[in-house]
Design a protein around this ligand. Structure first.
Ligand SMILES: [Zn+2]
Length: 135
């Protein structure tokens, strides 16, 4: 995933608990150099974060100009086709990749970058807890 990034050093700033994304009923949006996330830092799921980080990856891979030019085109096309520009946030090559990637685990680099504070819930821990092996 990190191979062939044209702009690997682009710095992003992560804004959690964002009223901007809440207003548009989005879970998150990447508007270089900002990543707006609706959920607070300690509540956001790794899945949502991974989705947005995939877009961060795409911006680093293609550069902001190409990424946003193409994305604006998808929004325009979506509005032409069904009168709803928000549907562009569901169906296009960037979203396909992000939805496909969002169930993959966050890497240590990604956790460091976002300063994610959530807990990595996994079934093994829950099972242990159920049998009372926790202290
Ligand atoms: Zn997306």
């Amino acid at each position: 995933m990190t191979i062939n990034n044209k702009y690997p050093n682009l710095k992003f700033y992560y804004i959690f608990d964002s009223s901007f994304t809440k207003f548009f009923k989005l879970e998150g949006i990447v508007l270089y150099p900002f990543v707006f996330i609706s959920m607070p830092k300690d509540k956001v799921s790794p899945k949502i974060l991974k989705h947005e980080l995939t877009h961060v990856e795409q911006v680093r891979r293609e550069g902001p100009l190409k990424f946003y030019t193409k994305y604006l085109y998808y929004i325009y096309k979506s509005r032409q086709q069904n009168g709803n520009f928000l549907s562009a946030f569901l169906y296009n090559e960037y979203e396909d990749e992000a939805y496909e990637n969002e169930t993959n685990p966050l890497t240590d680099d990604e956790i460091r970058e976002t300063e994610w504070k959530g807990s990595r819930t996994n079934k093994r821990n829950n099972k242990k807890r159920k049998f009372g092996h926790y202290k």
